[in-house]
Design a protein around this ligand. Structure first.
Ligand SMILES: [Zn+2]
Ligand SMILES: [Zn+2]
Length: 175
């Protein structure tokens, strides 16, 4: 046995004899690691996605309590995909609200009639009917992301579906 192996063996034995101390050390390291970067996160208890048990996260944004739950969760592809879809839906919803709130106030309202149902509101380019944007970005999600990345360029307003349609007809009339 080399010196290193001997030292490791000793460490292992000490760990076996003092589980409580190890636990407190780990806890200290955990709070120290998370406290600096995420001052609130480290003491927020999270519900495990797999077993539903409440636990203290070891790393930022941890959603599964341990190795067992993690393996179980990722091996169930249907559940995993549903979770990912739900998360991305929530994410794009948040981005959409962020953009609408910037152009339409808090909570967002239609610039013409004042209607404030989020599902019926849309972003409108003041100078045209928006088809140019739709062609350029393909999805409204990409368009919203572009707006956020470019620090909300001017020239847009929030309109409800009714007022949008009205504007579309009015701008089309002269033909
Ligand atoms: Zn769990
Ligand atoms: Zn309106």
């Amino acid at each position: 046995m080399t010196i290193n192996q001997k030292r490791k063996e000793k460490q292992r034995e000490w760990k076996r004899k003092n589980p409580e101390k190890i636990k407190s050390y780990l806890e200290k390291a955990r709070s120290k690691r998370l406290k600096g970067r995420f001052p609130y996160w480290w003491k927020i208890k999270t519900k495990c996605l797999e077993c539903g048990e409440v636990f203290l996260p070891e790393i930022y944004n941890q959603k599964l309590c341990g190795k067992e739950c993690r393996n179980k969760f990722y091996s169930n592809k249907k559940k995993y995909r549903a979770y990912i879809n739900e998360r991305s839906r929530n994410w794009s919803k948040r981005k959409r609200v962020q953009v609408l709130e910037h152009y339409g106030g808090k909570p967002p309202k239609c610039a013409i009639c004042g209607f404030s149902d989020l599902d019926c509101l849309d972003l409108d380019h003041k100078d045209n009917d928006g088809s140019i944007e739709r062609k350029k970005f393909k999805t409204s999600e990409k368009f919203f992301l572009w707006l956020i990345k470019n620090n909300f360029p001017e020239g847009y307003q929030v309109l409800c579906k009714n007022c949008n349609w009205k504007k579309y007809i009015q701008t089309k009339k002269p033909e």
